[in-house]
Design a binder for this molecule. Structure first.
Ligand SMILES: Cc1cc2nc3c(=O)[nH]c(=O)nc-3n(C[C@H](O)[C@H](O)[C@H](O)COP(=O)(O)OP(=O)(O)OC[C@H]3O[C@@H](n4cnc5c(N)ncnc54)[C@H](O)[C@@H]3O)c2cc1C
Length: 421
């Protein structure tokens, strides 16, 4: 099995990378362990698309190219809301429509997509990765390529291939949360943040009075309703765990699911929500941060605040440093300067020690707050497309950041703040 580019992980970043590389004429293999594309958007109930818009009074779109195509396709299916606000600016989408849109995009681009395909190994040859191993129910298979993009979120490809990685950042790792979807709430019933705080507080007080350990870890988050179904999605049930360790992850899944039922119980106490039910928990817990690829550059929050310019800018970010603390379970949000856009360089997607390895999405190299800002899905589509194009160019010859930028512009990507001013 020989390809020009192998992309591991079919989340928003991985699909953008695979399509980006395939449109460059590369023969692309996309490995996804689940049975659908979208990553957190499909299997973790993360249904609020952030990073697409600046956060000031007049929200301006900062992601073009692949990301804009996805939004247009969702708009055409009435499957995404106009931009909304809660701290930041985001759109809510219907996950089944997103899955369909992404399926179509990879098929149209000619990507060789393999579902149920888990990357389990990678072979290093000097300063390059030469081959990966992946498993399905038929056994383990080998696949070779000239360039690789790790979009697994957990850095499986980089780690297994001996590239330099790190877990989170020395000053913290963002907390994980189970995205939970509730049905049975009539569309004319508005659930407010105050009501949520009240019922969760009451639930925990009841649990304490009954001698049970209070289990509901958070009482505040964005409250969103899906287009179409009107289902409500909340990011509340949180657990401190290590996603690299199956034992730790399993405890988290079980604990968070138990919380989800507790939240349902609490929510039924809100007028109009008496008939609420669980549509889905995840189905898996959402890991906000795991490994990062150590890259030729690490994007820092200080650079974002300084509105640093780069010669190799490949995307604009707009989301703030959204931090969910593992000790206190409290969250915070720092805005970028003027609530505007900032530049993201290609060098924070390119491995520091493995010439033909790139990453995108939440694996991208950022310090605690920088990484917390660029991990969101709108930005992941932008970094993914750039990483895919860069990998295709490496497979063809050498990496030329100028050529990556030219190709991105030709695909409609937004690289310059002047374009959105
Ligand atoms: C609770 C929570 C709330 C969030 N809220 C928002 C929000 O409101 N808006 C927003 O934009 N972002 C939000 N985020 C962040 C966002 O979901 C992620 O940062 C984003 O999905 C990153 O995209 P990705 O493609 O890098 O990774 P992921 O979406 O995690 O995709 C990784 C993909 O790789 C696959 N994979 C992993 N390992 C392997 C392997 N070994 N072999 C094959 N496939 C593999 C996975 O199955 C998955 O499909 C939230 C995250 C969480 C957890």
């Amino acid at each position: 099995m020989t390809h020009d580019v192998i992309v591991a992980g079919g989340g928003t970043a991985g699909v953008a990378a695979a399509v980006g590389a395939a449109r460059e004429g590369a023969k692309v293999l996309l490995l996804e362990r689940h049975g659908c594309l979208g990553g957190a958007a499909a299997v973790r109930n993360v249904l609020t698309l952030c990073g697409l818009y600046t956060l000031g009074d007049e929200a301006r779109m900062v992601v073009g190219g692949f990301g804009a195509e996805v939004v247009q396709a969702l708009v055409a299916r009435n499957a995404i809301t106009p931009p909304q606000r809660f701290r930041g600016v985001f759109s809510v989408f219907e996950p089944e429509a997103l899955k369909l849109v992404l399926d179509r995009m990879v098929v149209e681009a000619g990507v060789d997509v393999r579902f149920g395909a888990t990357l389990t190994g990678a072979t290093r040859d000097g300063d390059r990765i030469s081959q990966v191993a992946w498993s399905d129910h038929g056994g383990t298979h080998a696949a070779q390529a000239d360039a690789f993009v790790d979009c697994t979120g957990d850095g499986d490809l980089a780690h297994l291939g001996g590239a330099s990685t790190r877990y989170g950042n020395p000053d913290g790792v963002n907390l994980g949360t189970l995205g939970t979807r509730f049905g049975g709430i009539p569309s004319d019933v508005t659930v407010t943040a105050d009501q949520l705080v009240e019922v969760v507080t009451a639930y925990n007080a009841r649990a304490k009075a009954e001698g049970r350990v209070s289990e509901l870890t958070k009482e505040k988050c964005v409250i969103v309703r899906l287009p179409g179904s009107g289902d409500m999605v909340l990011y509340l049930a949180s657990v401190d765990y290590d996603p690299r360790d199956a034992a730790s992850l399993s405890r988290a899944e079980i604990g968070a699911r138990r919380q989800a039922w507790g939240y349902l119980d609490a929510i039924r106490g809100i007028p109009g929500c008496e008939r609420a039910y669980l549509v889905s928990t995840g189905p898996e817990i959402g890991t906000r941060e795991s490994r990062h690829l150590n890259c030729r550059h690490q994007l820092s929050w200080a650079e974002i605040e300084a509105r640093q310019r780069y010669d190799d800018t490949i995307a604009l970010g707009a989301w703030g440093a959204e931090w969910h603390d593992r000790d206190s379970f409290a969250s915070s949000f720092d805005y970028p300067p003027d609530k505007g856009a900032y530049e993201i360089p290609l060098s924070c997607l390119h491995s520091v020690d493995t010439l033909n390895l790139f990453c995108a999405g939440r694996l991208a190299d950022g310090d605690r707050k920088g990484g917390a800002a660029i991990r969101v899905m709108g930005t992941a589509m932008a970094t993914g497309q750039a990483a895919g194009i860069a990998a295709a160019l490496v497979a063809r010859g050498a990496l030329d950041p100028g050529a990556v930028r030219d190709r991105l512009r030709a695909e409609g990507a937004i690289l310059d703040r002047a374009q959105i001013a």
